[in-house]
Design a protein around this ligand. Structure first.
Ligand SMILES: Nc1nc2c(ncn2[C@@H]2O[C@H](COP(=O)(O)OP(=O)(O)OP(=O)(O)O)[C@@H](O)[C@H]2O)c(=O)[nH]1
Ligand SMILES: [Mg+2]
Length: 483
């Protein structure tokens, strides 16, 4: 591995005209998919891998990080303007046997990296992390106006997947002609409460469509249930009223049907202006950071989807469909030509095209028995391929698929005649064994939540600060990112 004694000195290298290769990677996936753990482990692998172990550019080629946004002195500035990713705290948690805290604010890790065998090129890598909840809000930017967002939301809430949970709100939005529709704050509060109830049902059903996401992570980036003082909300009127659907609990917005917009124009105006200020303050920064990316790591926890049952799979598929529609990945040949011309004129810093590659990663795969991981990768293909095909054909989107464990916390025992899958892991110094379900070769035709179960281990100890977590699949991911 390269070291200072090999002559790697940042100031000197840049002065000597090192060629920078920008790599802008967005780590995307529903909440709890494993984004922050993946980012933490990836960074740790870059910083502390043992030569030959990670095998990104061949067994003898190490990577060296020259500077990063997590450095104590002269930290690099982030490219997106987001806060720097708090690598040190996340790594510290892992090193002490805990998982990093739930993400509440978007952040970026920026890093200058060289390969030990090619020191004239430097990767200028940005890895961007979000709280998964914020992804559900992107539709607001996609639809562009309160009116269009409202119509699209009401249409979506009427789908089979959501209707049973959204019915009271849908009925309120479609008042019969005999109803009186007072244009008052009291009506607004009542409708806001009905909408909050729908969101609380989505939370209970683990459907990733809680928007405005301030209901879960408020705009001060506080985890909303923490403010309630409970991780098991009862969704009482009191509790619900404290959760913001907008920039503040007292200034709610929710989708408003055309009928209401016509009969209650003052309420419509209030909601429109709250929508706009929420988009500017909360959604736009996330959308802008996503716009910056040319490579998306799309994270899917296959074990969790099996555990969650068909509605979890349908909800995730829908979220991805919306996300892909919003990102519109791939580039047309015109864009590629323009890009190339711009590059000739302005150099590497200029870029018109958007996302060129999506890497789909099955995360937390150490929760799945080693003999079933290929089947899990098959499920990943079956889930995502139909969603990306049109972008591959029309816009030459590059796709990769992989199965990873950013922190491998289990060992798979040999499968005996009973076909049971046993995993061993450690907790507080003691060794435990737990059964994991068998992963089917195709998504089952019908099953229900609870039919599948996979253990949830703690990370293994001890992990020194300067020792990268044991993982699998990340060498390949780094190769795809840096290539
Ligand atoms: N066994 C195992 N568990 C993992 C791994 N990665 C994540 N997990 C588990 O999944 C949980 C969520 O991981 P995070 O990385 O925080 O998830 P996230 O996608 O960042 O979630 P949000 O920040 O809520 O959007 C962790 O607390 C762990 O319990 C892994 O590689 N192996
Ligand atoms: Mg996170």
């Amino acid at each position: 591995m390269a070291s200072k004694s090999d002559g790697l000195n940042l100031g000197g290298l840049i002065r000597r005209g090192r060629i920078a290769r920008p790599r802008r990677v967005g780590v995307v996936g529903p909440f709890h998919a494993g984004k922050t753990v993946l980012l933490t482990s990836l960074i740790s692998q870059i910083k502390h891998h043992t030569a030959g172990r990670l095998d990104v550019f061949g067994p003898d080629v190490g990577l060296a990080e020259l500077a990063s946004s997590a450095d104590a002195m002269d930290a690099l500035e982030t490219r997106s303007g987001l806060a720097p990713f708090d690598y040190n705290t996340a790594r510290d948690r892992l090193a002490h046997g805990g998982w990093p805290a739930k993400t509440v604010a978007a952040s970026e890790y920026r890093s200058f990296i060289v390969r030990a065998d090619d020191r004239w090129r430097m990767y200028d890598l940005s890895l961007i992390d979000w709280p998964g909840e914020r992804l559900a809000d992107l539709a607001m930017v996609g639809h562009g106006s309160f009116q269009r967002w409202s119509d699209a939301m009401l249409h979506a809430l009427d789908l089979e997947l959501f209707r049973p949970m959204a019915q009271p709100f849908l009925s309120a939005m479609n008042p019969t002609e005999t109803d009186t529709l007072p244009d008052s704050s009291a009506t607004e509060n009542e409708l806001a409460m009905t909408y909050r109830r729908v969101l609380s049902r989505f939370v209970d059903a683990a459907l990733p469509f809680v928007t405005p996401s301030s209901f879960l992570v408020d705009i001060e980036n506080r985890y909303a249930t923490e403010q309630m003082g409970t991780s098991n909300p009862t969704w009482s009127v009191d509790e619900l009223a404290r959760l913001a659907i907008g920039t503040a609990p007292g200034e709610p917005f929710f989708p408003l049907s055309a009928a209401w917009r016509q009969t209650a124009p003052q309420m419509a105006d209030r909601l429109t202006s709250r929508f706009e200020s929420y988009v500017a303050q909360v959604v736009k920064p996330v959308a802008d950071a996503l716009n910056l990316c040319d490579h998306i790591l799309l994270l899917v926890d296959v074990a969790h989807l099996l555990e969650a049952g068909p509605s979890g799979v349908e909800g995730t598929t829908r979220l991805f469909e919306e996300l892909l529609g919003w990102i519109n990945p791939g580039t047309t040949s015109t864009e590629r030509t323009l890009d190339w011309m711009a590059w000739l004129a302005a150099g590497d810093s200029f870029r018109l095209g958007g996302v060129r590659q999506i890497t789909v990663l099955g995360t937390q795969s150490d929760r799945i028995h080693a003999d079933d991981r290929q089947a899990a990768e098959g499920l990943l293909h079956q889930l995502i391929e139909p969603l990306v095909r049109k972008y591959q054909v029309q816009k030459r989107l590059k796709m990769k698929y992989g199965i990873v464990a950013a922190v491998n916390a289990t060992r798979s025992e040999p499968i005996g005649p009973d076909q049971r899958r046993k995993l061993t892991f450690q907790d507080s110094g003691a060794s435990f064994e737990a059964a994991a379900s068998t992963v089917p070769a195709t998504w089952p035709d019908s099953w229900k939540a609870g039919d599948f179960a996979f253990p949830r281990p703690h990370p293994r100890l001890p992990m020194k600060r300067t020792q990268a977590p044991e993982q699998f699949g990340l060498g390949q991911v780094l190769q795809w990112i840096l290539k």
